[in-house]
Ligand binder design. Sequence first.
Ligand SMILES: *[C@@H]1O[C@H](CO)[C@@H](O)[C@H](O)[C@H]1NC(C)=O
Ligand SMILES: *[C@@H]1O[C@H](CO)[C@@H](O)[C@H](O)[C@H]1NC(C)=O
Ligand SMILES: *[C@@H]1O[C@H](CO)[C@@H](O)[C@H](O)[C@H]1NC(C)=O
Ligand SMILES: *[C@@H]1O[C@H](CO)[C@@H](O)[C@H](O)[C@H]1NC(C)=O
Ligand SMILES: *[C@@H]1O[C@H](CO)[C@@H](O)[C@H](O)[C@H]1NC(C)=O
Ligand SMILES: *[C@@H]1O[C@H](CO)[C@@H](O)[C@H](O)[C@H]1NC(C)=O
Ligand SMILES: *[C@@H]1O[C@H](CO)[C@@H](O)[C@H](O)[C@H]1NC(C)=O
Ligand SMILES: *[C@H]1O[C@H](CO)[C@@H](O)[C@H](O)[C@H]1NC(C)=O
Length: 772
Amino acid sequence: MTKTIADASFLLLLSPLLSILKISTATDIINTTQILRDGDTLVSSGRRFELGFFSPGNSNNRYVGIWYANINNITAVWVANRENPVNNTTGILKVIEPGVLVLLNDTNNIVWSSNTSRAARNPVLQLLDTGNLVLREANDDLPENFMWQSFDYLTNTFLPNMNFGWNSETGNVTLCRLGPWNGHRFTGIPNSRQDPTYTYEFIMDEKKTYYREFVIDKSVISRVTLSQSGVLQRWTWVDRIQDWVLYLNIPADICDTYKLCGAYGSCNVANSPSCGCLNKFVPKDPEGWVRSDWSNGCIRTIPLNCQKGDAFLKYSGIKLPDSRHSWFNKSMTLEECKVECSKICSCTAYAQLDKTIERSGCLFWSEDLIDIRDMSVDGQDIYIRMASSELESKGKRRKIFISSLTSLMGVVLLSLSLMLYYWKRKKNYTKGTTGGSHNKDFELPLFDLSTISKATNNFSIVNKLGEGGYGPVYKGVLGNGQDIAVKRLSKTSMQGIEEFKNEVICIAKLEHRNLVKLLGCCIQGEEKMLIYEYMPNRSLDLILFDQTRSSILDWPKRLQVVNGVARGLMYIHQDSRLRIIHRDLKASNILLDTDMNPKISDFGIARSFPGNETEDKTNRVVGTYGYMSPEYAVHGRYSVKSDVFSFGVLVLEIVSGKKNSGFSGEDQHLNLLGHAWTLYKEERSLELVDPFLCDSANPNEVVRIIHVGLLCVQQSPDDRPSMASVVGMLGNEIALPKANQPGFYTERDVLVSNSSTGCSSNMVTITQLEAR
Ligand SMILES: *[C@@H]1O[C@H](CO)[C@@H](O)[C@H](O)[C@H]1NC(C)=O
Ligand SMILES: *[C@@H]1O[C@H](CO)[C@@H](O)[C@H](O)[C@H]1NC(C)=O
Ligand SMILES: *[C@@H]1O[C@H](CO)[C@@H](O)[C@H](O)[C@H]1NC(C)=O
Ligand SMILES: *[C@@H]1O[C@H](CO)[C@@H](O)[C@H](O)[C@H]1NC(C)=O
Ligand SMILES: *[C@@H]1O[C@H](CO)[C@@H](O)[C@H](O)[C@H]1NC(C)=O
Ligand SMILES: *[C@@H]1O[C@H](CO)[C@@H](O)[C@H](O)[C@H]1NC(C)=O
Ligand SMILES: *[C@@H]1O[C@H](CO)[C@@H](O)[C@H](O)[C@H]1NC(C)=O
Ligand SMILES: *[C@H]1O[C@H](CO)[C@@H](O)[C@H](O)[C@H]1NC(C)=O
């Protein structure tokens, strides 16, 4: 046996090679007398992780890595020799004294090795159930005494229990920031407090700063990866579909780009452009600002004058600015914070660490405030130092948010903000909003009529996309190249004005990847228009119910649509600030983007509830037959559960490719719901599926999705699951309850309740006006 050893210092250490034993049964630990050949693996004690040699994709290169033991398709979470693959299956992994892990090729050259500054008498290599590969002294398993651990050498994957922190010496370019830690959570991420799948901690002291997370349910498999383009993605493994599901992207949107809008700028993805100045600030470089160069940020209109006494102006609903150089005191009240900040002329702003706790203490800033964004959910308050003269008119003026200097006229804006304020009062929406001089509820960018005219070729018939509930919809292209969809309210439609206002009120505050984004509006003279992001694939019904086009939606895409709509609906039902009931969920109100991601649109007849109210009654039943729940269509009672019903109908339509209304199956009396229910009872659910899906669909998934759909359309609203449960049912393998009989499962049901309208085209939104 000849040995060519590159590093002479290892020569001595390698001498015990001759006495090496091959490991036989699955173990999680080896010592210096054992070797791991290509094909052998270490398996952690709880069988969660496995260490061995693998080849990614079509490559023939061999890498030493760690992957999930119980996921067939290898997902490597750590790789030792990323840069030095072994070229055939003759690689050997071995622990040598004094405690180093080496990877040797067949000529015994060291291809890769770990490193240590300490010596062990009897070193062992162990793969822990967390996925951490450690070198340690055989009789010492205290983590602080580990000689080496793979968790210290992160590759592209962050796992629960890993420490993720920084080295105060190196540092680097900041791409994105999660917002200050307030003791419980990072305040820059909405809804991050009570995640059902994981908990986390953030440790900060003189020596170290790190973040660590733990899965709550040990059976959940979760990982975070960093892509080459710098995107952090959280994934969870879904056994049922045998694949990873994307759970979260950071950055999620352009406003997560660090410092995008410069000092005192604030980013809002719903605006075009996204950058604006905070109230009472103006662009420092107006010319640059117009050219979308926001890096110079904004400045105060009246300079500070500490001697004459400055004041503090409250800004609400924001992600707090970069606090790396700020200081804090953990025991002050808000008032004490104000006094403290006033005393120090260089203190630019303060914010309470946790709004919900009186003595939660404060963060203080002493430099320009950067990296602020609007956050409609879980936004924070900050108090910014301003010249006292700036605040004198406090209380008389409503806030005016100037988002684009190029296209706005102050007068129009002022009237808009007053008008919106009026709607708000009328709808009794003031409850719960802060009473300060700052009201960000309706910062909807205003577009000039001329801008929209130009974008749509003067509302050319060529640009017309269709006719919505209250007027035509046009496609347009803005000067900056952005595609938009413009809903133009018919001048004669009285109904439309109500819906227009309603849509503005509801959707302006919502932000979710599965809701269509309202970019702004245009109100000029008689013209009223809403401007949305453009959805290249238009609405779901145009594809789903079209014989020739429906094949675009294969089974995975249909699942994606079902999951996306479920999440969007869950958001409006429980995660947004107001509880919103859509009331007109249907295939034609689901728009599809380039990647067929679904977005819920048309909030024209949506209703919102403050606080915990969940049900209401109306004399004016609006909605679409075929999608309406019985209690709503018959008694006018609507609740989140009436949306769940519509969702169930949509699910069954998506699986079958058939409309509920106008459905004709074997039994002429039954509608789609009745047909699905009959098949379900006879355990023949698979027969419901669109025949063209037979190749791409997984039968277990089909049966499960139909079951979920049927649970949603049950006769009694109380039996129907909430959207949060639906999302859980779609994502997990949990057992489903038996479905009871659906509401409206025969065509006749619909006709009885529908006697007053003689609804000939069931797919059109109908409005039944009764005496009000
Ligand atoms: C190494 O492990 C093997 C198998 O567990 C054991 O038989 C052997 O005694 C160990 N050698 C040392 C030096 O600890
Ligand atoms: C693993 O899964 C991915 C994504 O589902 C797929 O593209 C890839 O082909 C799979 N690889 C193997 C080896 O099955
Ligand atoms: C890997 O394989 C190629 C082709 O078989 C060969 O030319 C090359 O020398 C090998 N490299 C090493 C490092 O063994
Ligand atoms: C691996 O490479 C060595 C040297 O190139 C060669 O002798 C050996 O046959 C190769 N083994 C396999 C399994 O390809
Ligand atoms: C083994 O590794 C050494 C050093 O990396 C390399 O020069 C040699 O070609 C490799 N041999 C094989 C068979 O891979
Ligand atoms: C190994 O550790 C020593 C001292 O801790 C360090 O100087 C050296 O750069 C390390 N080598 C590698 C490859 O990490
Ligand atoms: C924090 O504030 C409290 C109350 O004002 C004060 O007593 C305490 O000294 C402050 N702590 C520090 C570290 O400044
Ligand atoms: C971050 O690292 C890169 C590459 O090591 C270096 O060029 C850059 O200057 C670093 N940035 C900072 C802010 O330290």
